[in-house]
Structure formats: structure tokens, C-alpha cells
Design a protein around this ligand. Structure first.
Ligand SMILES: Nc1ncnc2c1ncn2[C@@H]1O[C@H](COP(=O)(O)OP(=O)(O)OP(=O)(O)O)[C@@H](O)[C@H]1O
Length: 670
């Protein structure tokens, strides 16, 4: 088998080399053509036809060349990657009615002969590649463009190829051999999340390849591959919808910028461009900065951790508060307008007609856009009578005049009115800082009163850490995006006093379009670490883990804080063979103290704060909430005795489940 496989690898690599040369030549030729087109333009543009046809043709031709150049570059990147490892799997599939099986090699990209029939290598996202992930040997089928193809898998192989050399070829019965998975998982981690194409599991594959459901909600235990799956799903969707979906049209709502940096490698590794990544708090900050400086969720969380959160803060994110706001908004339809006769030069409209327009004809238009709509109607009428268009300046004056019928058009003033009328006078916003508890209510009010520009550019939204978004935030997201969504998270990792189960309210917001999946298998940590994590949560767990073993988690007891830091420094020095080591604390203040103490002991570490943008290899010190979504070869948790309240216990669970191979906790005995 080895000789046969080595021969095939050689053939494939030769083809890749040839393709690389070809594409290199095409890139050069195309660049030269573009240069001459450019020269031609500058030499002749003064003589182009007066209607601009030649100019237009020239521009279009140049644009086509540029797109082509982009495609060639992408191909070059793909071939270069293929020189290292052109494929990782093979399935031999005998179609029903055929005598001989077809052989399919699966890799990170397609490799075809230009006019040949089959391909040397099929992209992992191609329809036929589903066979590799979904089936063991035996009866199987896949969805091809021409319909469902039935048959039998007669052989499956997995390969490890490095630097163009075959390390091993493994005949396997099962869908993905467990040994290869275990070997992949036992490697050291990195400061960037990696692609998992070679070992995608069946349940993960069903999420990646799902195109039927508009709103996909994935609840998955820690380390179940939610983030990986979401990003592979995007790569899959980009591959199959090249014409209608571009990377720039996909938005990931991530918990913080560090996480954004952490996930930035996968898509380029899969041959796709990176997607837009944003935190909802950043978005809210930008939308509200004309009213004051909006706090973010970490400001609120630190208050909770220091025991000084207001009781109302949580209530203000819930359905009951949204109902209060909705009621207030309904009242404002009457209280925020003073309708009278409208007169501007020759335009006249009596009060009763404006009232009728406002409360009947245009009642579906958001309240603060409605008078403008009426003005446009009146302007249209006037233009028809006069038989000419109204000047822009005049038009503006009509709009300004009619808008004076509103008592106020300022959302902040309206929100303050709401606070005052609902008996919350002491919570009025002054315009300096907007407390976190009021950020989203204010945004909700703003978006309920004015038509918001639909983010038409965004065609798919991924929401990671779904449990950390409130009912109110989902209502706002629903107003902002009406595109398909992939929403994922883990209720056990909620950053709140109670676990949040978004499925309690998402069906009410998104209706029947939701498809819910529960992922129960965890891949990140060793069994020993996962068992330790499970003990922290008092509920019956159905979590399964990959059978991978390592050091038992170790709890060390210190008599003084100095001794605890000494132990920590000692363990960090011992762990210097790890690529990433995380010292995870409860609060930012504690992270700063630990970091300073380590610095004094000569340990170089990165201190991460909520404003950090990068996650590097080496030692990182941070509060638990910034470690969400990340992972480290080794995790160290100082002051473990402090994690007592339900929120703190969830924080401990988050910290513990960040560890891939090694976990140490430190208890300070008082
Ligand atoms: N099929 C797989 N093959 C190899 N590695 C995998 C697979 N699935 C997940 N992993 C690995 O498991 C780890 C956890 O994955 P990921 O971060 O996507 O999980 P998660 O569910 O988002 O985790 P959490 O909620 O705890 O942040 C990563 O190192 C990822 O590469």
C-alpha cells in the first residue's frame, strides 16, 4: 500500500508544481497586460469619445483583469499550501450499479486537470467529501448536484503528509480514526485556533454542512468545537455560494478583541479571506457616543464581582423591562406629538388630516419618521399641482417645520422621560457616562422610534458565547439583521449569577426558523481535567470526552500570599515547554497583582485587559472573562478558594475548561 500511495503522492505533487508554474505565468502575463492597458489609457484618454463609452469599456476591462489577478493569487496560495500536504483522506466509493469503485482523495482544496474528467484531489467541502466525514465502511450516500448518490464505501484511508512526504497512510474502518484524533488533540496548543478539517466529527459535520435552517442554535459543552464548527461552516457556505456570499458579508459577534485575534487564522488557513469581527458593545458604543460614553459588559461584571451591582441592572435586560419600554413607546405616539394645522407657503394641511395620516395611514412607520413621511406626501402633492420638482432647500425647510410638531426627537431625552415617569428619577442619564444597564435599553428605544438602515451588506451573522447576550440584546439583533445566523454557546459558561438558557426566549424572537442542536462531546481537555470541571457543576452531566489522558489536576495549598506566588512562579518555570500558559484570575485587579508579583520574580508574562487586542504565545495573565473561548496548554488558577458564589463557580468552570493538558489550582489557607 505504501509504494502505491507514495507513487500517487508524487503524481499529485508534480501536478501541483506544474499548476504553480502555470499560475505564476498567468499572474505575470496579466500584470503586464494591465500595465499596457494603463499606458494606453493615459496616452489616449483625451481622445476618447465624448459620451464616455470608451472610458467605460476601459474601466470594465481593467476591473475584469483585477478580479482575475485576485483569483490567480488565491490559486497560487492554494497550490503553495498543497505542496506541504495536498490531501489527508481517501474514500473509495462504488456507485450502485457500478462494478469498480471511484477513488476520491480529500484535501484543503481542489486539484484538477483543466480538461480532465476527475480531480486528483477534492476540496473537503465538495459534496463527495461528505462521505469521508459521515460514514464508516459500508453503505453510504451523498447529496450531489444531480441528486442523492447511493453506493458503498469499499475503502477508507487517512494520511499524514508533511513537507510533501508521506509520514503515514492508515487503512481505517471508521469515519475518523480515534488514534489520529487523539494524536491531534495531544499536540501543544497555539495562540490561534486551528483548522480541524482532517478530523471533523460526524455530528460537527452535520452542522457545518447544514444549509436548510436559517437560524442554527448550537448548545455545546466546553471544548466541543463550537467556535471551530461555526468557522468551518462559514468556509463551507463561502465555498458553495461564491456568487452570492463574500467573506466581507459575514459578521462574527465575538466576546472581545482578544478572541477576534484568536480566531483570525482559521479561514485564511482554509483558503478563504477573513471575515468581519465585532463586539456588540463596540457597536453600541459607536451608536450611542453622541449621548455619552457607553460602558461595556466588563464594567458591569467587575461591579458584580466586587459586590456593588445595582439590583435593577439585570432586570433592565429582561422581557419585563422591554414591556415597560414598549408601553412607554405606545404612549409617546400621543404624548410626544402636538399636531396642528400645517402651513408652508402654498402647502396647507389641516390638523384632522395630519392626525389621520399620523394615526391611520402611516401608522406602520416608526414614530419619529412618520411626520417626515407625511411631509413627503404633501410635497409630492404640491409638485404634482405645480408640475415641477421642489428645490432641495425648500424641501428641507418643510421637513424641519413639520418635525417641530414632535416634543422631542432626542432618544436620550425620551429615555430620561421614561426613567422619570417609571419612578426611576435617581437613575436619569446625565450625558457623561451611560451605565451598562442603560446602554441597550437606550439603543432599543432609539431603534424602535426610527427606521434603522438594514445592514444589507451582512448576509450571515455568527454569535459566539450566545449565553452572554440578554433578551433585550437579541431583540436589538433581530432589528439589526434579518439574515441567516449561527448562534452558539454554553449555558454553563454564563457570566452571570444564573445560567442563561437562551432557548427559553429565542423561539419567541425568531419563531419556527430555529434549529437547535446540542453537542455533548468535548475535545479540548484531557479526561482528568474534564472530570475535575464536572465536579464543579452540580448537575447531572451527559458530557462525553475523547479518551485522552494526562496529568491529574493538582491543587496546592499556600500559607501566605507570598508563598502562593512563589509556587505559581515555580510551576510556570517548570511548564516552559508549553507554548501557551494561562494564569487565570477572578478580577482584573487580581490579575494585575499576580502579574506584578510574577514580574518581581523575573517571570515575563503578558497582562491582558479588556482593551487588549492580541493573544500571544508564552505566559498570559488575565481575568476569567477574557479567557472565554481561548485555550492554553497549561492553566494556573491562583486564589481558588475565592470562587464561592454561583457566578464565581461558573468562572472557575470557565477557567478550568481552558486547559488542554495541565491544570494547577492554588488555595490560600487563612
Ligand atoms: N473534530 C476535531 N478534531 C480536532 N480537534 C478538535 C475537533 N473539534 C474540536 N477540536 C479542538 O477542540 C478545541 C476546542 O474547540 P473550540 O474552541 O472550537 O470549542 P468550543 O466549544 O468553542 O469551546 P469553549 O466553549 O469551551 O470555548 C480546539 O483546540 C479544537 O481545535
Amino acid at each position: 500500500m505504501r509504494i502505491e500511495e507514495e507513487k500517487y503522492l508524487e503524481l499529485v505533487l508534480q501536478t501541483v508544481h506544474r499548476k504553480l508554474e502555470e499560475v505564476q505565468k498567468k499572474l505575470g502575463d496579466n500584470a503586464r497586460d494591465m500595465e499596457s492597458m494603463n499606458d494606453y489609457f493615459w496616452e489616449n484618454y483625451t481622445e476618447f469619445d465624448e459620451y464616455g463609452y470608451e472610458m467605460f469599456d476601459n474601466k470594465m476591462a481593467l476591473k475584469t483583469r483585477l478580479t482575475q489577478q485576485e483569483e490567480y493569487r488565491r490559486d497560487r496560495k492554494r497550490y503553495e499550501k498543497m505542496l506541504d500536504a495536498p490531501y489527508f483522506g481517501r474514500v473509495d466509493f462504488c456507485y450502485d450499479g457500478d462494478e469498480e469503485p471511484e477513488v476520491y482523495y480529500i484535501g484543503v482544496g481542489n486539484l484538477t486537470e483543466d480538461h480532465g474528467k476527475g480531480a486528483y484531489v477534492y476540496d473537503w467541502r465538495a459534496p463527495v467529501s461528505g462521505l469521508f466525514y459521515d460514514y464508516d465502511k459500508g453503505k453510504a450516500s451523498f447529496q450531489a448536484p444531480a441528486g442523492i448518490m447511493e453506493g458503498e464505501i469499499t475503502r477508507k484511508r487517512q494520511y499524514k503528509i508533511r513537507d510533501g512526504r508521506l509520514v503515514f497512510a492508515l487503512e481505517t474502518e471508521m469515519n475518523i480514526d480515534d488514534e489520529i484524533l487523539q494524536q491531534t488533540l495531544s499536540e501543544n496548543g497555539d495562540n490561534r485556533l486551528k483548522s480541524i478539517v482532517t478530523t471533523i466529527q460526524k455530528e460537527q459535520n452535520s452542522i457545518i454542512r447544514d444549509t436548510r435552517h436559517r437560524i442554527m442554535v448550537v448548545q455545546g459543552c466546553a471544548g466541543s468545537g463550537k467556535t471551530s464548527v461555526a468557522l468551518h461552516r462559514i468556509a463551507y457556505l463561502l465555498y458553495h455560494n461564491r456568487e452570492s456570499l463574500q467573506a466581507a458579508q459575514v459578521l462574527v459577534l465575538s466576546p472581545n478583541s482578544i478572541f477576534g485575534d484568536y480566531i483570525s487564522r482559521i479561514l485564511p488557513e482554509l483558503g478563504e479571506e477573513n471575515i468581519c469581527e465585532l463586539t456588540l458593545d463596540d457597536y453600541a458604543y459607536r451608536e450611542l457616543n453622541c449621548y455619552g460614553e457607553a460602558e461595556d459588559k466588563y464594567d458591569e461584571l467587575e461591579r458584580v464581582l466586587h459586590g456593588c451591582a445595582s439590583e435593577e441592572a439585570e432586570y433592565k435586560q429582561n422581557k419585563a423591562y422591554v414591556k415597560e419600554l414598549d408601553l412607554f413607546l405606545m404612549q409617546q405616539e400621543w404624548e410626544n406629538v402636538e399636531i396642528g394645522d400645517f402651513k408652508y407657503k402654498k402647502i396647507f394641511c389641516p390638523e384632522e388630516t395630519i392626525s389621520r395620516f399620523f394615526y391611520e395611514k402611516f401608522c406602520d412607520v416608526p414614530m419619529l419618521d412618520r411626520l417626515e413621511k407625511i411631509a413627503e406626501y404633501l410635497i409630492d402633492e404640491q409638485e404634482t399641482i405645480q408640475g415641477r420638482d421642489m428645490e432641495d432647500e425648500e424641501r428641507q425647510k418643510v421637513l424641519e417645520k413639520i418635525n417641530r410638531m414632535y416634543v422631542t426627537m432626542d432618544p436620550l431625552e425620551l429615555y430620561n422621560r421614561f426613567l422619570a415617569e417609571s419612578g426611576r428619577e435617581e437613575q436619569l442619564l446625565t450625558g457623561d457616562t451611560i451605565p451598562y444597564e442603560d446602554v441597550y435599553p437606550l439603543l432599543y428605544l432609539k431603534y424602535s422610534m426610527k427606521e434603522l438602515p438594514k445592514r444589507r451588506k451582512v448576509k450571515h451573522v455568527v454569535i459566539d458565547e450566545m449565553q452572554d447576550y440578554s433578551y433585550l440584546q437579541y431583540r436589538i439583533l433581530q432589528k439589526l439583521f434579518d439574515c441567516p445566523m449561527t448562534i452558539l454557546g454554553d449555558r454553563r459558561q454564563t457570566m452571570g449569577e444564573k445560567q442563561s438558557n437562551v432557548m427559553k426566549f429565542l423561539p419567541e424572537i425568531y419563531g419556527k426558523e430555529i434549529f437547535y442542536i446540542d453537542m455533548k462531546k468535548s475535545y479540548r481537555s484531557t479526561c482528568e481535567i474534564m472530570q475535575f470541571a464536572e465536579q464543579l457543576i452540580q448537575e447531572n452531566s451527559e458530557t462525553e470526552y475523547v479518551d485522552r489522558h494526562g496529568e491529574l489536576p493538582h491543587t496546592r495549598e499556600a500559607g501566605s500570599i507570598e508563598q502562593m506566588y512563589e509556587m505559581l512562579a515555580e510551576d510556570l518555570r517548570d511548564g516552559s515547554d508549553c507554548r501557551t500558559q494561562g494564569v487565570l484570575c477572578l478580577t482584573q485587579e487580581e490579575a494585575e497583582s499576580v502579574w506584578s508579583a510574577l514580574k518581581e520574580k523575573g517571570i515575563e508574562a503578558d497582562l491582558l485587559t479588556k482593551d487588549s487586542m492580541k493573544f500571544r504565545t508564552g505566559i498570559s495573565v488575565m481575568p476569567f472573562y477574557l479567557a472565554k473561548g481561548l485555550e492554553f496548554d497549561a492553566v494556573y488558577i491562583p486564589d481558588a478558594q475565592k470562587y464561592q458564589t454561583p457566578l464565581e463557580k461558573q468562572a472557575m468552570y470557565i477557567n478550568v475548561t481552558r486547559a488542554l493538558h495541565k491544570l494547577k489550582t492554588y488555595i490560600l489557607l487563612t
